[in-house]
Design a binder for this molecule. Structure first.
Ligand SMILES: [Ca+2]
Ligand SMILES: [Ca+2]
Ligand SMILES: [Ca+2]
Length: 301
């Protein structure tokens, strides 16, 4: 059965120690299976999420208030977004906010590409702590494991690779760029999903080579050269700060970029049939001193 922990829902239990009538509780464990206990005053609904449904129903018999009140406490685990819900139990570990998951698929509305179609899963969330980063790092520059990030020293290029079989996928990384190296060097953050980077594929990037190029783009690599079939000028170049970069790759449909800096976001969608699934994802940085803070992959059939 594993171990379970009773969690308060942030919507109905906004403050630690406060248990208003109608509170919603979630009983979860750190596996893909999730048991959910509901105690909703409006619907008087009991619901359970997996094979332990019968136990859930027994515990929830009568839909009365449950007899215990476990506060949300980040000390029980890493809390990437600082919203008080540990990553393991957070339906959007990288986005602070309410634990709203309309379709109950375990992926919160704020990070669910289809919030009313229950078919998503968080295929990976890596907090980049020493015990929570499964990636391979290489490049001409040095990567250093920090307490809560992987640090890249900005000496030319660095890359991260991760083998994972995906169909439809939304891959999100959080990066803190602390220095942009060399006025005329290439400054680049690229993120993609392809079985083989040497073969033609699309990927998303923030890419600057001055003078002349400063783009957010869905880029196409044809095996030899690069083109930018969906692109937008970066308003103030590739500068430091907190960056979110996200690729949404839909099989036979499109590749989409979302991301940028707080207050400076970019959204580009390229209709294309080129993406047909992958067994690996990659991230590349060029001439940027940065900390890679998290990687989140939401996947669906
Ligand atoms: Ca959290
Ligand atoms: Ca969150
Ligand atoms: Ca959902």
């Amino acid at each position: 059965m594993g171990s379970y922990r009773m969690m308060n829902d942030r919507l109905t239990h906004p403050r630690r120690g406060d248990s208003p009538p109608g509170s919603v509780y979630r009983l979860q464990r750190s596996t893909p299976d999730e048991l959910v206990l509901g105690n909703r005053s409006r619907s008087s609904e009991c619901y359970a999420g997996n094979v332990v449904r019968l136990i859930a129903v027994a515990l929830c018999a009568g839909c009365g208030r449950l007899g215990f009140d476990a506060p949300i406490d980040s000390s029980i685990g890493h809390d990437e977004d600082g919203d008080g819900v540990p990553d393991t139990f957070d339906v959007c570990p990288h986005i602070p906010g309410p634990q709203l998951d309309t379709d109950h698929d375990g992926v919160g509305d704020d990070c669910d590409p289809e919030p009313t179609n229950p078919r998503q899963r968080i295929a990976l969330f890596a907090a980049m702590t020493p015990d929570d980063q499964p990636f391979s790092f290489r490049g001409s520059g040095d990567w250093t494991q920090r307490a809560d990030a992987m640090h890249f020293d900005g000496k030319f290029d660095g890359s991260m690779n991760y083998g994972v079989a995906l169909q439809n996928a939304q891959i999100t990384i959080g990066v803190d760029v602390s220095a942009v190296v060399g006025a005329t060097s290439q400054h680049q953050l690229a993120l993609g999903a392809t079985p083989d980077p040497s073969l033609p594929h699309h990927y998303v990037e923030l890419n600057e080579m001055l003078p002349g190029l400063s783009l957010a783009a869905v880029t196409h690599f044809d095996g030899t050269s690069y083109s930018y079939p969906a692109a937008q000028l970066l308003s103030t170049g590739l500068h430091g700060g907190q960056i979110l970069l996200q690729e949404t790759a839909l099989v036979g449909t499109s590749v989409q970029l979302d991301g940028g800096w707080p207050g400076e976001s970019y959204h580009l969608s390229l209709p294309t049939t080129s993406y047909q699934g992958t067994d690996a994802v990659f991230f590349v940085a060029n001439n940027l001193v940065l900390d890679l803070q998290y990687v989140c992959i939401v996947a669906w059939p």
